[in-house]
Design a protein around this ligand. Structure first.
Ligand code: PLP
Length: 426
């Protein structure tokens, strides 16, 4: 995402009008997309701020990228493997498109030991975001989707790109033909399913980015029941499951009946600091069938073979190391570090009388500023404290009045940010 920063797309488009053009029409779906993707947009604001205040010590609590080093034994496993690739004995080329067998088993044993998931149902990938898009490709342009509002932007944007959505409606801040399921404190961050239209696909993220809410067992039981009644497929995003502290379900497959109506997408990014290494997985149960009885897993396998070709062998070795007893303990303490950051931020906002949510089961704090526009609060905090956050409205109209504050950061930065916020709000 950060590679896009050096390019001014408006300037590029204007320059193109003055230049030779090919006869290739632009994909109309790409043209429907609104603004830049949210996180590059935040990075641009950070750069502009630094141009304006070159000496400011900017603290980024925005994008939500991990900051702490990968535990040494995990990094070393990748380094050793990479070095061995230069030897005749250690070299390996293409691997299985579905992922290394040992890693698939380790994922099933580690994350699904309490639920019936087979290792053959686990597909290793280069990250959750890529799997979301590949699943859209599998579904095609006729599928309809529902998303939580607010929601992680990749679900909506990839749906628009594949051609499932209508135009963006400025008055309401939504795309036509996408069902937005409002998740706010008033409904305990769970949509009112009685007024939710039936769609083919329901994207559901828990713990939820951006609000930090982990859905309760009861909420997920309702969701599964709703999907079963409507014949929908739930795409359950559990990228932050490792941050759950209470007894909220860590997997949708903990809910009876989910295997016939859900897939689960997850990631090593926030669990093991692999945002740059790139590794994730998707579980597709054998029982999940299309309306004609054809298994979804067969089509997912076809997509992975055709459009992917398998995760990096180096990244997979790192993934396996992070699931070894020693590696697992090390990444658990990394997660614990970010959770402590979240606690510090929560306590800061609480002491200032700002209403905050999340932060206990997720590395995000969701702060409410009643009656304010979220881009205005974002700008005010950036100007006065040199801290970047994410305006809630960037996650959909349901995020207006809120800011998402990320707990990914060095402890000194989190403590310094708390001090600056105290000065601003007290
Ligand atoms: N899903 C959610 C909810 C996320 O917040 C993110 C990244 O922030 C992703 C998926 C992307 O994960 P990955 O890095 O595995 O592509």
């Amino acid at each position: 995402a950060l590679g896009q920063l050096e390019i001014d797309y408006d300037e590029l488009a204007a320059a193109a009008l003055r230049c030779y053009c090919t006869k290739v029409p632009r994909n109309v779906n790409m043209a429907k997309l609104r603004n830049g993707y949210l996180f590059p947009e935040i990075s641009i604001r950070e750069l502009q701020h630094l141009e304006k205040y070159p000496h400011a010590k900017l603290i980024s609590l925005g994008i939500g990228d991990t900051t702490e080093p990968i535990p040494e034994n995990i990094a070393l496993s990748m380094a050793n493997y990479a070095r061995d690739l230069s030897t005749a004995e250690g070299y390996s080329g293409y691997g299985a498109e579905q992922g290394n067998k040992a890693l698939r088993k380790a994922i099933a044993d580690t994350f699904y030991n309490h639920v019936p998931v087979k290792e053959t149902e686990v597909f290793v990938s280069d990250g959750a975001q890529c799997d979301i898009t590949r699943f859209m490709l599998l579904l095609g342009s006729n599928a309809t989707i529902a998303v939580q509002d607010p929601s992680f932007p990749a679900y909506i944007d990839s749906s628009v790109i594949i051609g499932q959505a209508g135009d963006f409606e400025d008055e309401v801040g939504k795309y036509y033909d996408i069902e937005y399921m409002k998740c706010r404190p008033e409904n305990n961050f769970f949509p009112d399913l009685t007024s939710t239209s039936k769609t083919d696909i329901i994207f559901f993220c828990s713990p939820h980015n951006p609000t930090g809410h982990a859905a309760t067992r009861n909420q997920l039981e309702h969701l599964v029941e709703f999907a079963r009644d409507n014949g929908s497929i739930i795409v359950f995003d559990s990228a932050y499951a490792a941050y759950i502290t209470d007894d909220s379900p860590r997997s949708i497959f903990e809910i009876p009946g989910a295997r016939e109506v859900a897939i689960e997408i997850s990631s090593f990014s926030k669990f093991a600091g692999f945002t740059g290494v790139r590794l994730g997985w998707t579980v597709v149960p054998e029982e999940l069938l299309f309306s004609n009885g054809y298994p979804v897993i067969n089509d997912f396998n076809r997509i992975m073979c055709t459009c992917f070709n398998g995760a990096s062998n180096i990244a997979q070795v790192g993934g396996l190391a992070s699931l070894s007893p020693e590696g697992f303990q090390a990444v658990r303490s990394l997660v614990g570090y970010y959770k402590e950051n979240a606690k510090i931020l929560l306590e800061t906002f609480n002491s200032l009388g700002v209403q905050v949510y999340g932060g206990r089961n997720a590395p995000y704090v969701w702060a409410q500023f009643p009656g304010r526009k979220s881009w205005d609060i974002f700008t005010e905090i950036l100007e006065k404290t040199h801290i970047t956050t994410v305006p809630g409205s960037g996650f959909g109209p349901g995020g207006e009045e809120y800011l998402r504050i990320s707990a990914f950061g060095h402890r000194e930065s989190i403590l310094e940010a708390s001090k600056r916020l105290e000065n601003l709000f007290s």
